[in-house]
Design a protein around this ligand. Structure first.
Ligand SMILES: Nc1ncnc2c1ncn2[C@@H]1O[C@H](COP(=O)(O)OP(=O)(O)O)[C@@H](O)[C@H]1O
Ligand SMILES: [Mg+2]
Length: 334
C-alpha cells in the first residue's frame, strides 16, 4: 500500500513564532519520523513523506496515497490543532490512523475532557478554569483545595508545567495563572494536587481496545511532590525510573484498567491512546488527561512502555496501523 506519513517537525517551524521556550515541545524530530517510516516500510508499504502545514496540503493533493499514518500535532495554539490534518483527510475521503477530528479536538481541551470522563464515573481531581484576566480575582473568593497545580488548559508534553507549578494559596495561584495566560494565549486551569503514584496507561486497538501496559513513573530522588514536568521529561534518564508492569496492588490495577477503557470509549478514541493518572493514597486512580496522539519516538512514554512489555518499535507501529486498517473495509491490508 502507498502510505503517506503526516507529521510536524520541530525544525520546520520558525523560532520567531515562539512565545515561550517550550513552544515546539510537542513536535517531532526527524529521527522519530524516519523510525516510523522505516517501520511502515518494513511492514511492506511504500512511504511518502507528507510533512505538515502547507507542505502537507500541497502533497496530499498531488501525491497519490491509499492511507495516511498521522502523527501531525497541528499548527498554532488553537485547541483544535490536532484535528487539522484528520479534518482535511476526511474532506478528501482518505483513510488515516488514529482518532477523528472531534476526539482530537476534545482531548486537547483538558477541562472539557475531564467533564466528559467524570460524567462516566471516572475520578478526576477537582479543577477550575480561569479564562482571562477578568476572572483572576475569582480565585481569591473560590473555595479551592490547595495545594493546586496550575497549567495551561490546552497543552500537552508538559508545556507550561514546571517544578514551580504547584501553588499553596490563592495569592501564588493568581500570580502563576496570570503569567500562563500571558505566555500561552489560552485559558489556564487550577487542579487539586494528588499526592501519590504517577501511572501512565497505554491502549491499542478498537474492537475491543486492549491495555498495552500500565507504567509507574518513579522519581529517583524522593521529594515533596513528584511532578512529571518538562524538566523531568527532558532529563528522564537521570531523574526517573520506569516500572512496567506497575508494581501496584491488583485492586488498583483493575481500577486503572477500568477507568482507562471507560475514558477511551467515552471520548471516542481510536487505534491508540495514552492516559495519565495519579493514584491517591487511598488507592483511587485520578484521571489527569488522555493523549489520543501520543509521542511515538524512542524516548516517548508509550514506546518505553511497549519495550518493557516486550514489543519492538516496529511491532508497536504495525499494531497501530493494523488497528486503523481494520476500521476501513475499503483498505486491502498488505
Ligand atoms: N492534579 C495533579 N496532581 C498531581 N500531579 C499532577 C496533576 N496534574 C498534573 N500533574 C503532574 O504534571 C504532569 C503533566 O501534567 P498533565 O496534565 O499530564 O499534562 P501534559 O499534557 O503536559 O502531559 C503529570 O504527569 C503529573 O506529574
Ligand atoms: Mg501528561
Amino acid at each position: 500500500m502507498r502510505i503517506g506519513l503526516s507529521y510536524d517537525l520541530k525544525e520546520t517551524i520558525a523560532p520567531q513564532q515562539a512565545s515561550c521556550d517550550d513552544a515546539f515541545e510537542e513536535y517531532d524530530s526527524s529521527e522519530t519520523v524516519e523510525l516510523i517510516a522505516a517501520a511502515l516500510g518494513a511492514a511492506g508499504h511504500t512511504v511518502t513523506m507528507l510533512g505538515g502545514g502547507r507542505e502537507f496540503l500541497g502533497k496530499i493533493l498531488h501525491d497519490k496515497v491509499d492511507f495516511v499514518f498521522n502523527i501531525a500535532e497541528g499548527r498554532g495554539t488553537y485547541r483544535s490543532r490536532e484535528a487539522q490534518v484528520p479534518s482535511i483527510l476526511e474532506m478528501l475521503d482518505i483513510p488515516y490512523s488514529g482518532s477523528d477530528p472531534q476526539c482530537l479536538a476534545i482531548c486537547l481541551d483538558k477541562p472539557l475532557t475531564k467533564k466528559l470522563v467524570a460524567s462516566e464515573g471516572v475520578s478526576t481531581p477537582k479543577w477550575r478554569v480561569i479564562n482571562d484576566r477578568q476572572e483572576l480575582r475569582q480565585i481569591d473568593s473560590c473555595d479551592f483545595p490547595f495545594p493546586a497545580i496550575v497549567k495551561p488548559a490546552y497543552e500537552g508534553s508538559s508545556k507550561g508545567i514546571r517544578l514551580t507549578s504547584v501553588v499553596e494559596d490563592a495569592k501564588q495561584a493568581i500570580e502563576l495563572v496570570e503569567s500562563l495566560l500571558e505566555k500561552y494565549h489560552q485559558p489556564a486551569m487550577m487542579e487539586e494536587v494528588i499526592v501519590g503514584d504517577e501511572v501512565t496507561v497505554g491502549i491499542i486497538g478498537n474492537s475491543p481496545p486492549k491495555i498495552l501496559g500500565m507504567m509507574r513513573i518513579l522519581p529517583k530522588q524522593k521529594g515533596n511532590y513528584f511532578l512529571y514536568t518538562l524538566e523531568v521529561k527532558r532529563n528522564y534518564l537521570e531523574l526517573v525510573d520506569y516500572e512496567c508492569p506497575a508494581g501496584l496492588e491488583e485492586k488498583v490495577l483493575q481500577r486503572l484498567q477500568t477507568s482507562s477503557l471507560k475514558a477511551f470509549k467515552a471520548l471516542g478514541c481510536r487505534d491508540l491512546a495514552r492516559l495519565d493518572f495519579r493514584i491517591s493514597t487511598a488507592g483511587v486512580p485520578y484521571f489527569l488527561e488522555i493523549n489520543p496522539l501520543p509521542g511515538l519516538g524512542t524516548h516517548s512514554d508509550l514506546v518505553i512502555m511497549a519495550k518493557k512489555m516486550g514489543w519492538s518499535h516496529r511491532q508497536l507501529i504495525s499494531a497501530v496501523l493494523n488497528a486503523a486498517l481494520e476500521r476501513y473495509s475499503q483498505c486491502v491490508c498488505v
